[in-house]
Design a protein around this ligand. Sequence first.
Ligand code: MF3
Ligand code: CO
Ligand code: CO
Length: 272
Amino acid sequence: MSIKIKTPEQIEKMRTAGKMAAEVLQMIAPYVKKGVTTDELNQICHDYIVNVQKAYPAPLNYHGFPKSICTSVNHVVCHGIPNDKMLKDGDIINIDVTVRYDEDSNDALHLNGYHGDTSAMFLVGPSSLKTRLAERLIKNTQECLYLAIEMVKPGVRLGDIGHAISKHAHGEGFSVVREYCGHGIGQEFHEEPQVLHYGKPGTGEVLQAGMCLTIEPMINAGKRETKVLKDDWTVVTRDRSLSAQWEHTLLVTDDGCEILTLREDETIARIR
Ligand code: MF3
Ligand code: CO
Ligand code: CO
């Protein structure tokens, strides 16, 4: 296994898959309200991906994952399993969507399809004095993603990017999760390389045009340590502090990158 450089045809398919994943997040946003359950959010996303997009929700049955999206609430870092618990005012939630699609595919699973992987944070209910920390964490984490994206171009090393992310998080007194990382992406959900959100400048893989990868920093308000719950999926902060994550799928271009999962609510440029 090695890092794959995508052909122009494959890149076009990655654009399509990325756009679909972004559209799912845009579609679900108005439903993220007090009183909705994460099971309901899962069902709405599943139906949209399968029936409207005619694509496949890649998490479903991925190494046994039981649902179509990940929903990670408050101190859940990632891989939260949708359940029947209602969201309440002041909760923060990450919704992580991965769509697999190939227009030339006949099978409903799109087994040879391409993946678009993206996640976003939502604050439930009005902002208040009580939600200040959560909002600061959400904002800092998105800044970490954006500053990393701004660095992506051929010749840059992954250690440079990881270092910049952790520096920005530490500057706000937050910590960076180390056990989970971004990844190459394509016909496989998770390809090489591993994209760590911390690192040493001048080390790690050198980016090349034609690579597709995700950056998906997980930033904690407290300590960085995590543990996995008995369900074997849900990752939480050991100290139960809040955790935030944002994710985009990127294409490395000749002089920068293209954000394949950009949404309409974002103000940064798609091509940079
Ligand atoms: N979408 C996650 C990522 O960004 C992976 C989820 S795997 C699952 O890499 F099985 F939990 F869905
Ligand atoms: Co990912
Ligand atoms: Co993801």
